[in-house]
Unconditional design. Structure first.
Length: 169
């Protein structure tokens, strides 16, 4: 067995390095391949090529390790990782702000809300919004201006539309 497998080790190492892109991990992988080959030597198909059998074992183990690495993330000391990757800014407040905007938007009169949504969210032109709502373009501009001002005033006043957090003392 050693005489048959030994000449294939350099090719196995090259393929393992190309797959894993890490010399030490590739050497460990080749060692695992050789251990599996030794353990299953009697069970292999004699007609199959030894080279393709070993490469199939290597490939399957490499894919498993790459999947595991992707799930687990990178191995690094805490000092070597940039601080920006260790901490991420909180996003809760952003979500609460979005909820407030939607709640304030719901408080607008229907005609103002419709114009604001069509122009600001759906990106329709004033003329297109006028056609959709069957109103003059000047009315679209007037309602849009009033809707934006009303929404701005509600947000500026700092009154939460849905008080989701409260300070308990």
């Amino acid at each position: 067995m050693i005489a048959e497998v030994q000449p294939l080790i350099p090719a196995l190492r090259r393929y393992a390095r190309a797959m894993l892109r890490n010399r030490d991990d590739a050497d460990d992988l080749v060692q695992d391949v050789l251990e599996r080959a030794l353990a299953n030597w009697q069970g292999r198909r004699k007609a199959a090529s030894l080279r393709s059998w070993l490469f199939a074992i290597l490939h399957n183990l490499a894919v498993d390790r790459l999947r595991h690495r992707a799930r687990r993330g990178i191995d690094a000391t805490i000092e070597s990782v940039p601080e920006a990757r260790l901490a991420c800014p909180p996003e809760q407040e952003h979500g609460l702000g979005q909820q407030d905007v939607l709640a304030h938007l719901a408080k607008l009169p229907n005609d103002q809300r419709a114009v604001l949504l069509l122009v600001s969210v759906e990106d329709l032109s004033y003329a297109e919004a006028a056609v959709v709502l069957d109103i003059p373009m000047g009315t679209v501009m007037s309602r849009l201006s009033r809707a934006r001002e009303r929404l701005r005033r509600q947000m500026r006043d700092g009154v939460r539309a849905h008080p989701t957090l409260r300070v308990v003392r």
